[in-house]
Ligand binder design. Structure first.
Ligand code: 13P
Ligand code: SF4
Length: 303
C-alpha cells in the first residue's frame, strides 16, 4: 500500500494541476479533515461552495446530498465525491413525489426542507434549511402552519421556539435517533461535571437533558469558547477529532461511543486521491432540477 506521505504529496500535486479544492464535513474521519482546505457544517459548506471563485474542481468529502448542493450552487464547476455510495439514509426518507402528494394534502402551506434531502425534493420545496438556521427559516415563511421534512426531531426542536404550527414528516437520522436517554445518563454518571451538547437531530428527551443544542459548526465554535473542561457530545462521534485537535486541554466524550455515520466514514485519504486521479465520481444534477433546487437553497442563504 502507498505510504500516507506519498498519498498526501500526490493529492497536493493533483490539486494544483487540476485547480481543485477539498471540502469536508465535520463528521469526516481525521485524515480527510486534515487534507481538506475547509471543514465545516452543512450551511458553512454550502456557503463556501457558493463563494469559491479560484477552483475549477470541488472534491466534496461528505454525503451525497451535500455534494449535490455544491453542484447545484456551482453549475460551472466539476463536483466530485470520492465515494458514490456515501448517501444519507435520512435524505432518502422522502421522495419528490411523496412531497408533492403531501403538499396537495395541505394546500397553501409552505414546505421547508432540511438540506438533508435529494435535489429532486429541494426542487419541490419552498425553501431549504440546515440545523443551524431551521428556526429562522421557519419563522421567515408565510402562513401559520408549515410543512417540515424530513427530520421529525429537528421539526420538534424548532416547534419549541416558533409560534407557527409545524407539520412534520416522519423521518429521522438513525445515528442521532439511536442516542438514548440511558446513554446520556450513563455518561453523566461517568463525568458528572461535564456539560451536555446535543445536535437538534436528537430525540426530544435527549434535547431536554442537554445544556446546549448546536449544529456541528456551532459545536466547533463553542468548543473553542467554553471554559468547561469536560463536554459530553450527543452527535456523530467523528466531530470529536476536530474538537480535541483544536482544544487539547479539554475533554470531549461521545454520548454514545458507536454514534457513527457509516456513510460519512466511507471516504478516506486514498479515495480522495483516486477521486482526483480518475476524476470520479462526478455529481451531475439535471439542469431543470438544479435550477429549481438552487432557488430553494439560495432563498435560505439570503436569509
Ligand atoms: P450539520 O448541518 O450540523 O453539519 O449536520 C449535518 C448532518 O448531517 C447531521 O447529521
Ligand atoms: Fe445523514 Fe445522519 Fe449521517 Fe448526517 S449523520 S449524514 S443525517 S445519516
Amino acid at each position: 500500500m502507498m505510504k500516507t506521505e506519498v498519498v498526501l504529496d500526490r493529492i497536493g500535486e493533483l490539486k494544483d494541476k487540476r485547480k481543485a479544492i477539498i471540502l469536508a464535513h465535520n463528521y469526516q474521519i481525521g485524515e480527510v479533515q486534515d487534507v481538506a482546505d475547509f471543514v465545516g457544517d452543512s450551511l458553512q459548506l454550502s456557503q463556501m461552495a457558493a463563494q469559491i471563485r479560484e477552483a475549477e474542481i470541488i472534491v466534496f468529502c461528505g454525503v451525497h446530498f451535500m455534494a449535490e448542493t455544491a453542484a447545484i450552487l456551482c453549475p460551472n464547476k466539476t463536483v466530485l465525491i470520492p465515494e458514490i455510495k456515501a448517501g444519507c439514509p435520512m435524505a432518502d426518507m422522502i421522495t419528490a413525489s411523496e412531497l408533492i402528494e403531501w403538499k396537495k394534502r395541505y394546500p397553501g402551506r409552505k414546505a421547508v426542507c432540511y438540506v438533508n434531502t435529494t435535489a429532486e425534493v429541494k426542487a419541490e420545496c419552498d425553501i431549504c434549511c440546515t440545523s443551524s438556521n431551521a428556526l429562522k427559516i421557519v419563522d421567515s415563511v408565510d402562513g401559520e402552519e408549515v410543512l417540515f421534512a424530513p427530520d421529525k426531531n429537528l421539526a420538534a426542536y424548532v416547534a419549541r421556539f416558533t409560534e407557527k404550527k409545524i407539520i412534520p414528516w416522519d423521518g429521522c437520522c438513525y445515528v442521532h435517533h439511536r442516542i438514548m436517554l440511558r446513554d446520556l445518563n450513563e455518561k453523566k454518571r461517568l463525568y458528572p461535571e461535564a456539560e451536555v451538547w446535543a445536535h437538534p437531530e436528537c430525540r426530544p428527551e435527549v434535547i431536554d437533558m442537554s445544556d446546549k443544542v448546536l449544529s456541528t459548526g456551532k459545536m466547533i465554535l463553542e468548543a473553542r469558547k467554553t471554559e468547561k473542561k469536560e463536554i459530553i457530545v450527543a452527535t456523530e462521534a467523528g466531530i470529536i477529532y476536530r474538537m480535541k485537535k483544536e482544544n487539547p486541554d479539554k475533554n470531549f466524550y461521545p454520548a454514545k461511543d458507536i454514534a457513527l455515520c457509516a456513510n460519512m466514514r466511507k471516504i478516506d485519504l486514498r479515495k480522495v486521491l483516486k477521486s482526483l486521479e480518475e476524476m470520479i465520481y462526478k455529481i451531475e444534477v439535471p439542469r431543470i432540477i438544479s435550477q429549481r433546487a438552487r432557488g430553494a437553497i439560495q432563498r435560505m442563504i439570503e436569509i
